[in-house]
Ligand binder design. Structure first.
Ligand SMILES: [Fe+2]
Length: 157
């Protein structure tokens, strides 16, 4: 089995990079959805949620860049076309959401999808002895599990 320039199995790394691109697509659609919530939200919670959604999309943008640069670090090319994101994302595009509760529910659902994908990646990366990706996924999972708890509390779940 061949090793790449950072000592990782070439074949396993190609699979990992592909899964990271899949994750990237989901983040990009989620990111744009949250920008839409930030812009379109209406009602009594406007000021609170407008700010909250900005905090969220800023964080998603940081992670988008980290995921893309992890793909590059592994020697592959990050997906960078919206058409690819649409094709690969399981997080659906959301349009014209102005209700705060609906936006919060969508966010909780999207996080559940991302966390599931990141758990799969964690196990793939572990199998490939790719500690860099393991650490990244592990950070995202624990942060986002906490975020889900807080968003669900807000929703009264
Ligand atoms: Fe803004």
């Amino acid at each position: 089995m061949g090793k790449n320039f950072i000592g990782l199995d070439t074949e396993k790394t190609a699979k990992l990079a592909d899964s990271l691109n899949d994750l990237l697509a989901n983040y990009q659609i989620f990111y744009m959805n949250v920008r839409g919530y930030h812009w379109n939200i209406k009602g009594n919670d406007f000021f609170e949620l407008h700010v909250k959604f900005e905090e969220l999309y800023d964080d998603l943008l940081l992670k988008i860049d980290e995921i893309a640069e992890r793909v590059l670090t592994l020697g592959h090319r990050p997906a960078h076309a919206y058409s690819t994101y649409i094709e690969r994302s399981e997080v659906p595009e959301k349009r014209d959401v102005s209700d705060g509760k609906e936006a919060m529910e969508n966010i909780v659902d999207s996080f559940a999808k991302l966390i599931g994908k990141q758990r799969e990646l964690l196990s793939l990366a572990g199998d490939a002895e790719d500690e860099g990706t393991v650490a990244l996924m592990s950070d995202y999972i624990s942060q986002q599990e906490k975020t889900v708890w807080m968003y669900r509390s807000y929703l009264g779940h």
